[in-house]
Design a protein around this ligand. Structure first.
Ligand code: HEC
Length: 175
């Protein structure tokens, strides 16, 4: 009799233990992290006609460079730039000034290189060309796997057109 009770009790514990296992979540942290990673750096070919001297396009690039998002952005909005994203929320901009100084920057950061006089120092000297700048903005990991810079095209944060406008702004001659 005692034997049977013990057996039943043991079976009970065993099934309980099995139940517990199925209830307790054991998330695979590695898999979750892997899912959120961007994968290897992506290379992009600069689209034809990407670099423009069109003042409106450059104004959009400038606005994206100097502002954080459509809610906090100050000053007149450049023509053709959305204030909100497809979900109706404030559109995210580049906030590039957080890390880079450039002409007219208010409190430009120094985590990244100073982009002032970029045309004179980098483009005219052929140290860089527009296609390289386009790629750097599109996926900054291309020349530095551990970059602190934002990844803009691979993540879909910006469109090709917007990366072109940012590039056009950086390589343009400024006052
Ligand atoms: C969190 C800091 C950070 C932000 C934000 C950032 N950058 Fe950078 N950027 C860097 C760093 C650091 C480098 C130097 C290279 C590297 O480590 O990737 C760099 C390099 C660059 C270069 C290459 C300069 C050269 O010729 O060597 C360009 C162009 C550039 N950034 C443009 C941008 C634009 C445009 C934005 C906004 C969309 C931006 N960056 C936002 C940190 C940043």
């Amino acid at each position: 009799m005692i034997k049977i009770v013990t057996l039943v009790a043991m079976a009970g514990i065993a099934s309980f233990a099995v139940d517990l296992k199925s209830v307790i979540e054991t998330p695979e942290a590695k898999q979750i992290i892997q899912k959120d990673l961007l994968g290897p750096a992506k290379t992009f070919t600069m689209p034809a006609g990407c670099i423009t001297t069109d003042a409106e396009a450059i104004a959009r690039g400038k606005f994206i460079f100097h502002n954080l998002n459509g809610k906090k952005a100050k000053g007149p909005f450049p023509k053709g730039l959305a204030k909100k994203n497809a979900k109706g929320k404030a559109k995210q901009y580049g906030n590039c000034v957080a890390c880079h100084n450039i002409e007219g920057a208010k409190g430009g950061g120094n985590i990244g290189p100073d982009l002032s006089n970029y045309k004179k120092h980098f483009i005219d000297t052929k140290v860089r060309n527009s296609a390289w700048v386009y790629q750097k903005i599109a996926d900054a990991r291309i020349d530095n796997a551990n970059t602190h810079m934002t990844i803009n095209l691979t993540t879909g944060l910006f469109s090709k057109k917007e990366v072109c406008e940012l590039t056009s702004y950086i390589v343009s001659k400024k006052k």
